[in-house]
Ligand binder design. Structure first.
Ligand code: TXA
Ligand code: MG
Length: 320
C-alpha cells in the first residue's frame, strides 16, 4: 500500500483530537471530519474566507451550495425556517443521514457562499459521535461538503481524504470508516415534498413517517433541483457498465449477492452492507488499474436507490 502524500496532520479523537479540530475551525481553518455518511470538509459557515477555502480546496463550482451541520434541531431552527413537515422529519430522523432544504432564517449570519446566494439553506444534524462532539465544541454552524476533490468519489476513511485533499486542508479528524457509506438523503419539505438526492436514509422510511408519497423530480422536466446533482459525478477513473450479467474483455466485475465477481459489495445481498462498501470498492478497483468495471444488478429499493444513483453518475459520460 502506498501512503497518502499529505501534509495535513491526522487528529486522533482518543487523544484530544476533537478539541484541536474545534480550535482550528473556530480560527477559520479547514478540518475534514467523520460523519456516519461520508467524511465532510468543514469550515465555520459564518466565515466567508473559511468557506471560500473549501471551494478552492475542492475546486468546486461556487454555484453549488454547501450543507450546514449543527448539533441539534434547536441550533437548526436558528438558521432555517421549519414548516410542520420539516419538524416532523427532523424529529423522526435527526441525528441521522437526512439533509433538509428549508428557507434561510433572515439574519442567520450564514455566508452567502454557503447558500450560493439562494434563499434556502441545506441543514443536517449528523449522528456520528465525533461529529456531534465537534459541532458542540465549535459552537457555530459548520459548512461541510464531502471531503473529496469536486466530481470524485466521496471519502469514507481518513486515508481517502488525505489521498484527495491532503495538501490543501489544515487537518483530518480520524474516526475510522463511515458506517453508512453514502451521502445523506436530501429532502425539500415544502409541499409537494421533494426528494432532491437519494442517500443514506431510504425514501420508504421518509414516506412512512410523513404518511404521504414524496415527489421524485424529473431532471429533464423539473431542471436540476439540487445544484450539485450534475449527471456525471462520483467518478472513478475507470469506465463503468451497469446491470452487467456477463463479463466482457478487460473488465473487472463488482458484484452484489451470489454472483461470480472480483469484488463483492455484499455476498448475502444486504443493501446496508453494500452501501457501506461501495465507495471504497470503486477506489480499490480503480487502484488495481482496471480500465473497465462491470457492476452486476442491484435492486432499486431502500438503499439500492442511492447506490444505483451513485453508480449511474459514475457511469455517465464525463465532461471534457
Ligand atoms: O452526507 C452528506 O450529505 C455529506 C456529509 C459531509 O454531511 N455532505 C455532502 O455534501 O454530501 P455535498 O456538498 O457533497 O452535497 C451537498 C448537496 C449538493 O448536491 C448541493 O447542491 C445540495 O446539497 N444543496 C446544498 N444546499 C442546497 C440548497 N439550498 N438547495 C438545494 N440543494 C442544495
Ligand atoms: Mg459531494
Amino acid at each position: 500500500m502506498t501512503l497518502p502524500n499529505s501534509e495535513a496532520p491526522v487528529l486522533d479523537p482518543e487523544t484530544g483530537g476533537v478539541a484541536d479540530a474545534a480550535a482550528i475551525l473556530r480560527a477559520g481553518g479547514l478540518v475534514a471530519f467523520p460523519t456516519e455518511t461520508v467524511y465532510g470538509l468543514g469550515a465555520d459557515a459564518c466565515d466567508g474566507h473559511a468557506v471560500a477555502r473549501i471551494f478552492a480546496a475542492k475546486e468546486r463550482p461556487t454555484f453549488n451550495p454547501l450543507i450546514v451541520h449543527v448539533p441539534d434541531l434547536d441550533a437548526a431552527l436558528e438558521i432555517g425556517v421549519f414548516n410542520d413537515d420539516a419538524v416532523r422529519l427532523a424529529r423522526a430522523f435527526w441525528p441521522g443521514a437526512l439533509t433538509l432544504v428549508v428557507p434561510l432564517q433572515p439574519g442567520a449570519g450564514i455566508s452567502d457562499l454557503v447558500t450560493a446566494g439562494l434563499d434556502t439553506v441545506a441543514i443536517r444534524v449528523p449522528e456520528h459521535p465525533f461529529a456531534h462532539t465537534l459541532l458542540v465544541a465549535v459552537g457555530r454552524p459548520v459548512a461541510a461538503p464531502s471531503a473529496n476533490p469536486s466530481g470524485r468519489v466521496s471519502p469514507t476513511t481518513a486515508a481517502h481524504v488525505l489521498e484527495g485533499l491532503g495538501g490543501k486542508i489544515d487537518a483530518v479528524l480520524d474516526g475510522g470508516a463511515c458506517p453508512v457509506g453514502l451521502e445523506s438523503t436530501i429532502v425539500n419539505p415544502a409541499r409537494p415534498v421533494r426528494l432532491l438526492r437519494p442517500g443514506g436514509l431510504p425514501l420508504e422510511r421518509i414516506e412512512a413517517s410523513l404518511g404521504m408519497s414524496v415527489r421524485i423530480p424529473d431532471p429533464d422536466t423539473d431542471g436540476i433541483t439540487a445544484p450539485g446533482q450534475l449527471k456525471s459525478h462520483y467518478a472513478p477513473s475507470a469506465e463503468i457498465r451497469l446491470c452487467a450479467t456477463d463479463r466482457r474483455e478487460g473488465e473487472r466485475v463488482l458484484g452484489f449477492g451470489e454472483v461470480e465477481c472480483d469484488l463483492n459489495l455484499s455476498k448475502s445481498g444486504d443493501l446496508t452492507e453494500a452501501a457501506a462498501a461501495l465507495f471504497a470498492a470503486l477506489r480499490t478497483l480503480d487502484a488495481s488499474g482496471a480500465g473497465r468495471i462491470a457492476v452486476t444488478p442491484i435492486p432499486e429499493t431502500g438503499l439500492g436507490r442511492a447506490i444505483n444513483d451513485r453508480l449511474r453518475r459514475a457511469a455517465a459520460p464525463r465532461p471534457v
